[in-house]
Design a protein around this ligand. Structure first.
Ligand code: AMP
Length: 176
């Protein structure tokens, strides 16, 4: 039987003031640890994107890798890691973006897919959308076509969708 959004919520722990004061961290560890909840989550994302001619799933470091790896196997397509600065051997495309406090850089290896490939970008949580927007810009820079985004969780009250407006976006659990 398929999980509903309500069921999946039971496997997401909200941890106040982690990793810093004022952040309500959405901990997906219980979901990952439950074979049924995890496989149903992947199946729900795969169901949505199965007929959309996805050629690669790109996962954003680090928790995005967990979702992307499982989803790429389910969709029977390749996996592309989008990593934090300095982790991928070059040559790489590199793009910086602003965080609430400070900045970060994401990288994608050059030549890992052919021009025009249809790429689904995946992460665990969509919050302010800066990370997803940067990932989208990287994929575009590398010549990929963005098929859409997949998240386990969207923090809708942070309006991250606005940063990736125009792209398809699926989140299994939404917090208003
Ligand atoms: P943002 O760029 O603000 O959309 O943040 C998204 C990235 O930060 C994702 O890679 C998430 O893993 C992480 N993140 C941001 N906020 C949270 C949160 N409240 N709980 C868990 N992860 C978060």
């Amino acid at each position: 039987m398929a999980e509903t959004e309500h069921d999946l919520t039971r496997f997401i722990r909200t941890v106040q003031d982690f990793p810093t004061s004022g952040i309500d961290f959405k901990d997906i560890s219980p979901l990952l640890a439950d074979a049924h909840a995890f496989s149903q989550s992947i199946e729900m994302l795969a169901d949505y994107y199965r007929d959309k001619q996805i050629e690669y799933v790109a996962g954003i470091e680090a928790r995005g890798f967990l979702i992307a790896a499982a989803l790429s196997l389910q969709l029977e397509v390749g996996l592309l890691p989008i990593r934090k600065s300095g982790k991928l051997p070059g040559p790489v495309f590199s793009l910086g973006y602003e965080l609430e406090y400070g900045s970060a850089t994401l990288e994608l290896q050059k030549g890992c897919f052919s021009e025009g490939s249809n790429i689904l970008i995946v992460d665990d949580v969509l919050a302010t959308g800066g990370t997803a927007e940067c990932a989208a810009q990287l994929v575009n820079l590398a010549g990929g076509k963005i098929a859409g985004f997949g998240f386990l969780i969207s923090l809708d009250f942070l309006a991250g969708r606005k940063r990736i407006a125009g792209y398809e976006e699926v989140a299994l659990v939404r917090y208003d």
